[in-house]
Design a protein around this ligand. Structure first.
Ligand code: FCB
Length: 456
């Protein structure tokens, strides 16, 4: 590898989290119920029976967490805002105490010279909106635009990068398709509707952002920007057989192109629309929607962790494809360790757009040992290797000319990993859920050194 290629001086080294995964305080300070608050109470849906009621208790411990970020030397911190803290029922009167929490968090970031990167929606819809159809209802997109507009006018200039959505694919296909995530609906024939409403809500929020024209909070800060965060994983056929190739093409279709094409080419992918139309499934597109969805954005965030292999399978009536394991060693999620996922995801994005790119999530779960009695560093050699190899891939991407502006490790500290509960640890900091102690893993030390050196 060419070690002479440096990371640019202003490269944004960051860490990422999401509101429901870390905050806890699920019913405090006027917060409304979210679909996750409701979903986790269904028996059997979370593997270890845990909830995000407390999670990392970050809502109360955010100052300590900010100090960890500063000690790591983070240049940026990516968090999400819980919609039901701001609008407890998804609409109507905003809840001042909810907004105040994010103001305190953002002020704390500015004091430590860490750029705030905020996601408006990381899957925690107000339950009151779900009761009226959730993302199957077009109305939810309109409510989202109001929520976004309110935030842009209140704190728009305090945030460096705004992302409308995190991984709309997962919200649509896991939340409303197979029901593995909140709201736990199994309505596969509705997913195109959900996808369209999520994308429309993105477009309406971008319009609100342009209209609000938020100005930087301080003269020395660049103007705030807006974009979206997509999951972009490379997809491979299990064999050279045409049926397997088509299966991989379909999954690349629903996971990647179903979002890239409307955002950057103003249309849904023709092959996929034909596949869905044969099942009498259509996207509820109204005049003007595609213009709204495809209006220019300032950056694209990419979450990438691995690659996947797919085989044709007729027992999967919806997509006729089944995932098969790849040959390489796996993380605790069963995900292959494949550093070129970074390059291939960037490549995929560059087929569609030349706007600046960020790796907004990358990281790995491993079965870490608990910290010793004196809180010695947690040794996590596999995660260290994972991070170093994926950061090396970022370096190769820069050398190859990709406009990569930052890298955010998933995640700052072990947290509530959705349906996997507290059982999967992705953090570079160990969370002891019994005491809420945070203990640095070796990977946190290594990441701090990488940031300090601005490279490997
Ligand atoms: C991504 C999610 C994030 C986390 C990681 C492991 O899909 O955006 O919240 O769960 O996976």
């Amino acid at each position: 590898m060419n070690n002479d290629i440096r990371f640019p001086a202003n490269f944004l080294w960051g860490a990422a989290t999401a509101a429901y995964q870390i905050e806890g305080a699920w019913n405090e300070d006027g917060k409304g119920e979210s679909i996750w608050d409701r979903f986790v109470r269904r028996p059997g849906v979370i593997v270890d029976g845990s909830t995000g009621d407390v999670a990392c208790d970050h809502y109360h411990r955010y100052v300590e967490d900010l100090d960890h970020m500063a000690a790591l030397g983070l240049k940026a911190y990516r968090f999400s805002i819980a919609w039901p803290r701001i609008f407890p029922t998804g609409a109507g009167q905003p809840n001042q105490r909810g907004l105040d929490f994010y103001r305190r968090l953002i002020d704390g970031l500015h004091q430590r010279n860490i750029a705030p990167v905020a996601t408006l929606y990381h899957w925690d819809l107000p339950q009151a909106l779900e009761d009226r159809g959730g993302w199957t209802s077009r109305d939810t997109a309109l409510r989202f635009a109001e929520y976004a507009d309110y935030l842009f006018r209140q704190i728009g200039g305090e945030v460096a990068l705004w992302a409308t959505h995190n991984e709309p694919f997962i919200q649509a296909f896991y939340g409303y398709g197979n029901g593995e995530n909140a709201p736990g609906k199994r309505l596969p024939w509705q997913v195109l509707k959900v996808v369209h409403h999520l994308l429309l809500s993105h477009g309406l929020a971008v319009s609100a952002f342009r209209a609000a024209r938020p100005q930087p909070a301080r003269a020395d800060l660049p103007p705030p920007q807006i974009g979206i965060v997509l999951m972009l994983w490379p997809h491979y056929p299990a064999s050279d057989h045409p049926a397997d190739r088509n299966a991989a093409q379909r999954i690349d279709g629903v996971m990647n192109r179903l979002f890239l094409e409307p955002l950057f080419r103003r249309r849904y992918p023709a092959d996929l629309m034909a596949h869905f139309a044969r099942r009498l499934i259509f996207a509820p597109v109204k005049p003007g929607d595609m213009d709204s969805i495809s209006q220019p954005i300032d950056f694209l965030g990419i979450n990438t962790y691995t690659r996947l292999f797919h085989a044709f399978n007729w027992r999967e009536p919806f997509l006729l494809a089944k995932q098969v394991p790849g040959p390489l060693p796996k993380t605790a999620m069963g995900w292959e360790i494949y550093p070129d996922c970074i390059i291939e995801a960037l490549q995929k994005a560059r087929e569609y757009t030349s706007i600046p790119l960020y790796i907004t999530e990358n990281g790995a779960a491993f079965d870490d040992p608990p910290p010793g009695p004196a809180d010695q560093v947690v040794e996590d050699p596999d995660r260290v290797t994972y991070l170093r190899s994926h950061i090396a891939a970022c370096q190769r991407a820069l050398a190859a000319g990709f406009d990569l502006r930052g890298y955010f490790v998933w995640t700052l500290m072990d947290n509530f990993e959705w349906a996997k509960g507290l059982s999967k640890r992705f953090g570079i900091i160990y969370t002891d859920y019994a005491t809420q102690r945070r203990v640095w893993k070796r990977s946190a030390h290594v990441y701090r050194d990488i940031i300090a050196r601005n490279g490997l």
